[in-house]
Design a protein around this ligand. Structure first.
Ligand code: FAD
Ligand code: ZN
Length: 487
């Protein structure tokens, strides 16, 4: 079992069968990147074999760190000829075990982090051409330097990479206004399983010359090809940003606030994040330098961001919140007085993803339902969680404006972590039953990876699932690309 806590998390196939790679073959792979960029020492490999929450562990004979698309192509060509499995990896921040090799011991880890050049910024065309290993925060900063915005934003932005963001089709806090990663891409460069390079780095918004191939690779979690570069869309940099930290009594009130804000400010509502009191308490307890912006506790909080590329927003957050106070929708609110304070408010929400581990075991889930059903979903899912494990601490939070809730449940205080985590499958199953009834999705933005692979055939339309299998066979006939993930 690949799980650190010996918990019944689904592991991909191949458990128990240990395989090894021929040393002569390892030497051929090493020769492609040079010894300096090939890691065979198990101690040095560790950082590539365990993901951040310590849920999935794997083994590998070799971590390769190519420095160019040509080297990636040579690696895949050799891997394909010798049927050697390859696990692409970016920042290793993925939450579904997709970037970690299995325990079979014959899978090569292909780290894309050295492909970290920003090849071009074309401010007039509003595009930026980045290699796969560029860290998201660096891409954001590079856009800001030319007075533009790259709007993808998530808690792991200091370490996740553009290649990983596209391969997981990441969402994050900017998706409400700007869409998910998929919506932010104009072109891609991809190395196929047989080593051929598809140069699809077009900057065109309009190009109707056949099938939209880039969208096959976006969200494919490294199972159909290796993304080596992308043309990303840039937007005007916001001139006015107004952030509020709002206390309210329920998700139902949060939904009313969302509706009000969007009715008044439309697309200027660029983030709308929800978190419960217990989530804020976790952050205040474990993240140094944080403080509660409001004078007294509230059961729920919203971080509301309005922004605009013009010097003024027609309706300010203050006006919207004033109206919401009058209507009894919100209980209290703090308006950020500076850019730094606005960032600090958003940090309270981003930090929650990181600090939950300090409260013991946490059963995670990442689902979407129609926005209007979020309050009902939270209510029903909380009830099933509490019925399954009395004393457990549900921490549902996330991107209310996208209908996307991270339904995470922390263990009861003082409980045994492994015993609690043993409820993972059953907890997810009961929550997913509610999601299915509401017409939602069991994976909103984190992907399938190893974690939800066994669930995919149950939830996917059978025709869609069969098409996915056909595409996989066509693009990766020898099954070398991230085997045991997604399909
Ligand atoms: P990795 O974890 O290295 O890889 C992820 C997957 O992509 C794997 O299947 C891997 O094989 C594949 N892959 C990586 N690079 C390539 C490539 N170049 N070509 C082909 N396949 C590749 N996600 C959200 O959507 N929204 C959030 O708000 C959010 N918040 C997060 C907060 C925290 C604190 C953390 C730790 C994670 C969060 N995530 C969130 C998860 C998110 O999916 C990842 O952070 C990010 O998108 C993955 O990027 P990465 O470079 O770390 O990829
Ligand atoms: Zn999220």
């Amino acid at each position: 079992m690949s799980h650190a806590n010996e918990v019944a998390l689904p592991a991909a196939g191949g458990r128990g069968e240990r395989k090894s790679l021929d040393p002569a073959l390892i030497a051929r792979f090493v020769a492609i990147v040079g010894e300096r960029y090939a890691i065979t020492d198990p101690a040095e490999q560790q950082a590539y074999l365990v993901e951040m929450r310590d849920l999935y562990h794997g083994r590998t004979p070799l971590v390769l760190r190519p420095g160019s698309t040509a080297e990636v192509a040579a690696i895949l060509k050799l891997a394909n000829e010798t049927r050697t499995p390859v696990v692409p990896q970016g920042g290793n921040t993925g939450l579904v075990g997709g970037q970690v090799p299995r325990e079979t011991g014959d899978e090569i880890v292909l780290s894309l982090k050295r492909l970290d050049r920003i090849r071009e910024i074309d401010a007039s065309s509003n595009t930026m051409t980045c290699e796969a290993g560029v860290v998201l925060q660096r891409a954001q900063e590079a856009a800001a330097e030319v007075d533009r915005l790259f709007p993808l934003s998530l808690g792991a932005e200091g370490s996740c990479t553009i290649g990983g963001n596209l391969s997981t089709n990441a969402g994050g806090t900017g998706a409400l206004a700007y869409g998910v990663a998929r919506d932010l891409v104009l072109g891609l460069e991809v190395v196929l399983a047989d080593g051929r390079v598809w140069n699809g780095l077009g900057k065109l918004k309009k190009d109707n010359t056949g099938y939209d191939l880039k969208n096959l690779f976006i969200g494919a979690e490294g199972t159909l090809g290796v993304i080596t570069a992308a043309v990303l869309k840039l937007f005007p940099r916001p001139r006015t940003v107004s952030v509020a930290f709002v206390g309210l009594s329920s998700p139902h009130h949060a939904l009313r606030l969302l509706n009000l804000a969007q009715a008044r400010a439309g697309s200027a509502v660029t983030s709308f994040e929800l978190m419960p009191r217990i989530g804020l308490e976790f952050v205040l307890r474990h993240m140094p330098g944080t403080r509660d912006p409001l004078a007294s506790p509230h059961r729920w909080y919203v971080v509301l961001e309005l922004s605009s590329p013009t010097a003024r927003i027609d309706v300010t957050a203050e006006e919207i919140l004033g109206e919401a106070l009058e209507q009894g929708i919100v209980e209290d609110a703090a308006l950020a007085g500076s850019v730094e304070q606005g960032r600090a408010f958003m940090h309270l929400r981003h930090a929650l993803a990181e600090v939950q581990r300090y409260e013991g075991g946490s059963i995670k889930d990442d689902v979407t339902v129609p926005v209007s059903l979020v309050p009902q979903f939270i209510e029903e899912a909380t009830a099933v969680a509490e019925a399954l494990v009395p004393g457990c601490r549900p921490v549902p939070f996330g991107h209310l404006g996208d209908g996307n809730i991270h339904f995470n449940v922390s263990q009861p205080v003082g409980a045994d972590k492994a015993q609690f985590l043993a409820h993972w499958e059953e907890m997810n199953a009961r929550v997913h039953a509610i999601v299915a009834r509401m017409g939602g999705s069991i994976s909103a933005e984190h992907g399938i990876g190893q974690l939800k692979r066994h669930l995919l055939p149950q939830v996917k339309d059978p025709v869609a699932y069969a098409l996915m299998q056909s595409l996989k066979r066509m693009l990766d006939p020898n099954g070398i690309l991230n085997p045991g993930k997604v399909l």
